[in-house]
Design a protein around this ligand. Structure first.
Ligand SMILES: *[C@@H]1O[C@H](CO)[C@@H](O)[C@H](O)[C@H]1NC(C)=O
Length: 325
C-alpha cells in the first residue's frame, strides 16, 4: 500500500518536472490584436516552428479554436467538427510544412471577436490519423476588434499649380489582403491613376492610389473625391479635397509692352529708311537749293557736339601758352 502511494508520488513529481512530449519545442508567432471590418474579411498572420525537425505538411494538422475551449473549433480540416457559425468561413492560407498557419476568415460577423488560438497536431505517419504530438499556442491568440464602418481614406498632395502636373495620393488601410478595397476617383481616367498595395506592419495593409493631372484655371475651387469600396456588402468610405489652383508665374505683363514697343520702333525705323531711300534725290536737291540754311544748321549742330570748336576756343589756347612759359 505504501509502495503504491510512493510510486504515484514519484510519477507525479516526474510529471511536473519533465515537460510533456514536444512542449517547449514548438514556437509560434500570431498577431495579438487586429481590426476587422464587419461583412469583410480578415487575414491573421501566423507562423510556427518546430526547431528539431522540418515536418511535412501531410503529417501536420492545423486547428484554430476559441481560447476558452479547445473543442470549439473555428477551423479544422474536417469541416464537420467546426462550429456551425464558422463553417465555410475559415481557411488556412499558407503551407503548414513551411510553418505558415495564417488564417483567413470571411464574411466577418460582429461577434467574431475571439480570442482565437492556433493548435498543431503531428501525425505518426503521413497516412496515419493517430497523432503523436499536439501543441496549443494558447499564449499567442488573436483578438479581433470589430469595426462597423471602414476607415476613411487619407489624401496627401502639394499645392496645385496651373499648367503643371499635379498628384494626389489616396491611401486606405485594411486587414483583408485577399479581397482588397478598390479605390476610385471622381475625375480622370484609368491612365491617370497608379495603384500599389503593401503591408504596413503584420496584418495591416494599405492600398495607395495616385492620381495625376494638369490643373487648369477652370479647376480652381473644384472638388476631387477618392472613394474606397470594401469587400462584402459594398461598404464605401470617401474623402475629398478642394483644389485651390495657383496661377503659374509668367512675365506677360512685362514681355507684351516691350515687344509692342520694339515692334513699333522697328516699323517706324523701316518706314523712315524707305522714305529716305525713295526721296534721296529730292533731299539732295533741297540741300543744294537751300544750301545756306543747311550749312547754318549743320554748323550749329557741330558746335553743340564739340564745344572746342566754339568761339571760346582761343581762350583755351592762351592758357595753354602761358602754361608753357
Ligand atoms: C503565409 O501565407 C500567406 C498566404 O500564402 C502569405 O501571404 C504570407 O506571406 C505567408 N507568411 C509567411 C511568414 O511566409
Amino acid at each position: 500500500m505504501t509502495g503504491e502511494i510512493f510510486l504515484k508520488l514519484c510519477l507525479l513529481i516526474l510529471g511536473v518536472v519533465s515537460p510533456p512530449v514536444g512542449a517547449g519545442e514548438w514556437t509560434a508567432s500570431v498577431v495579438r490584436n487586429m481590426d476587422a471590418l464587419v461583412h469583410s474579411c480578415v487575414v491573421v498572420p501566423c507562423s510556427f516552428s518546430h526547431p528539431k525537425e522540418t515536418l511535412p505538411t501531410a503529417r501536420l494538422r492545423g486547428q484554430w479554436h476559441r481560447s476558452k475551449d479547445r473543442d470549439q473549433l473555428i477551423y479544422y480540416e474536417d469541416n464537420t467538427r467546426v462550429l456551425e457559425n464558422f463553417r465555410g468561413r475559415t481557411r488556412l492560407l499558407g503551407e503548414l510544412g513551411k510553418g505558415n498557419c495564417s488564417l483567413e476568415m470571411t464574411d466577418i460577423k460582429s461577434h467574431d471577436n475571439g480570442p482565437f488560438c492556433f493548435r498543431i497536431e503531428l501525425a505518426r505517419t503521413e497516412t496515419d490519423t493517430q497523432t503523436v504530438d499536439k501543441f496549443s499556442f494558447v499564449e499567442d491568440c488573436v483578438t479581433l476588434h470589430m469595426m462597423s464602418e471602414p476607415n476613411a481614406p487619407s489624401l496627401t498632395h502639394k499645392d496645385p499649380i496651373q499648367g503643371r502636373p499635379f498628384t494626389i495620393t489616396c491611401s486606405v488601410t485594411h486587414t483583408c489582403p485577399t479581397a482588397k478595397p478598390t479605390v476610385t476617383w471622381s475625375r480622370g481616367s484609368a491612365d491617370d491613376v497608379t495603384e500599389s498595395h503593401r503591408e504596413i506592419h503584420r496584418g495591416l495593409w494599405e492600398v495607395s492610389s495616385v492620381l495625376t493631372f494638369i490643373p487648369e484655371e477652370k479647376d480652381d475651387y473644384q472638388e476631387v473625391t477618392c472613394t474606397a469600396l470594401f469587400n462584402g456588402r459594398e461598404t464605401t468610405s470617401s474623402s475629398k479635397m478642394t483644389l485651390y489652383v495657383k496661377r503659374s508665374e509668367n512675365y506677360n505683363h512685362i514681355i507684351i509692352p516691350v515687344a509692342v514697343a520694339l515692334g513699333s520702333a522697328a516699323i517706324f525705323g523701316g518706314l523712315c529708311f524707305l522714305m529716305v531711300k525713295k526721296y534721296r534725290k529730292r533731299i539732295e536737291e533741297l540741300q543744294r537749293q537751300d544750301g545756306t540754311l543747311f550749312n547754318r544748321l549743320s554748323r550749329i549742330s557741330r558746335r553743340i557736339r564739340s564745344p572746342r570748336e566754339n568761339p571760346s576756343g582761343p581762350r583755351q589756347d592762351k592758357s595753354y601758352v602761358s602754361y608753357q612759359k
